[in-house]
Design a protein around this ligand. Structure first.
Ligand code: CO
Ligand code: CO
Ligand code: CO
Length: 319
């Protein structure tokens, strides 16, 4: 894509950020983002909820407030019937309403494989934008949702996923990141991203690359996982994207003697592409306890400190 330069384009394509930000005036900037994908679960209403929570998340990851959203729909009406589409759209609309935003339109085309998502517009004060850069040594890394959506939805396709694990991951995928963003604002976060297609480690690496002179130390057993994820991963139900993410990051890992099968499995899980994952926040050490408490109060029961930022060169160290 051509590189766009404009004094009012505060976040454009040269940054690996979650959404674009355009300054309207001194007090107000526009946030724009779009996301859509094929069904990840069988239930059409849940799929709609998940797609909307995922699309809204990029506004929250920038620290913004969503205002309006528009549906993007590809759907085989003659094959699946309009009732299914109605349920998808109702799921999406429910999440947009929960976010306090307005669903103001959309566009639909005929397509063999269904796809659904939204273009979301939000606002933020120009001085309050969070980006992936700006994480500093001493800050704690907090993850607000458990991992596992790529592996569990792969297991679902193979009809191997345990019922409870599926219900749990659907709950987390459909959970808005608004509560997490609210707490992050309260504890003075500056660096933030949401966890989606590049997995925990891929998005963490984006933070390291965008901030200068830092490494991340990850505590393996501190990373929250939905029950059943390790078991499904050990059966080989790992999406291709996880392996691609892991391959891409290969030279960045410092493994510190965690060897063999256990390490291997965890790397797959930490690189698993997430749908509508949580926020990854860099939080000042002295505010981390307050942040965790606030996140749990918002119902984010899995929120955990998963590691720490140290001085370095963009590596991910495991302990
Ligand atoms: Co994002
Ligand atoms: Co996105
Ligand atoms: Co038109």
């Amino acid at each position: 894509m051509p590189l766009q330069k404009d004094e009012n384009l505060l976040v454009g394509t040269e940054f690996p950020d979650d959404a674009a930000v355009y300054r309207l005036n001194e007090e107000l900037a526009l946030i724009q983002t779009v996301d859509f994908f094929p069904p990840v679960v069988d239930d059409p209403f849940c799929y709609g909820q998940i797609a909307a929570a995922n699309a809204l998340s990029d506004v929250y990851a920038m620290g913004g407030k969503p205002l309006t959203a528009m549906n993007i729909v590809c759907f085989p009406c003659s094959k699946l019937g309009a009732e299914v589409l109605v349920e998808i759209l109702q799921g999406g609309a429910a999440k947009v309403a929960e976010a306090g935003a307005l669903l103001v339109g959309g566009h639909t085309i005929n397509d063999d494989e269904p796809k659904y998502g939204l273009a979301v517009t939000g606002v933020i004060a120009p001085g309050e934008i969070w980006t992936k850069g700006g994480a500093e040594p001493g800050e704690q890394l907090i993850l607000t949702k458990p991992l596992g959506s790529g592996i569990l939805t792969t297991a679902l396709k193979g009809e191997l996923v345990p019922e409870r694990s599926l219900a749990e991951i659907i709950h987390w995928m459909a959970t808005l990141n608004n509560g997490a963003a609210e707490v992050a604002r309260e504890v003075g976060v500056k660096a933030c991203t949401d966890i989606t297609g590049f997995g925990l480690l891929g998005h963490l690496y984006e933070m390291l690359a965008a901030s200068n002179g830092i490494d991340a130390v990850i505590t393996l057993e501190a990373v929250p996982l939905v029950a059943g994820v390790l078991e499904m991963a050990s059966l080989g139900l790992v999406p291709g994207g996880a392996r691609a993410n892991r391959d891409y990051l290969r030279d960045r890992f410092v493994l510190n003697g965690k060897t063999g099968e256990e390490r291997d499995l965890l790397l797959d899980v930490f690189c698993d592409p997430q749908t509508s994952g949580g926020l990854l926040l860099a939080v000042k050490k002295e505010r981390a306890g307050e942040a965790l408490l606030g996140l749990k109060e918002k119902g984010l029961s899995y929120a955990s400190v998963v590691g720490e930022i140290v001085p370095g060169k963009g590596n991910i160290i495991f302990q």
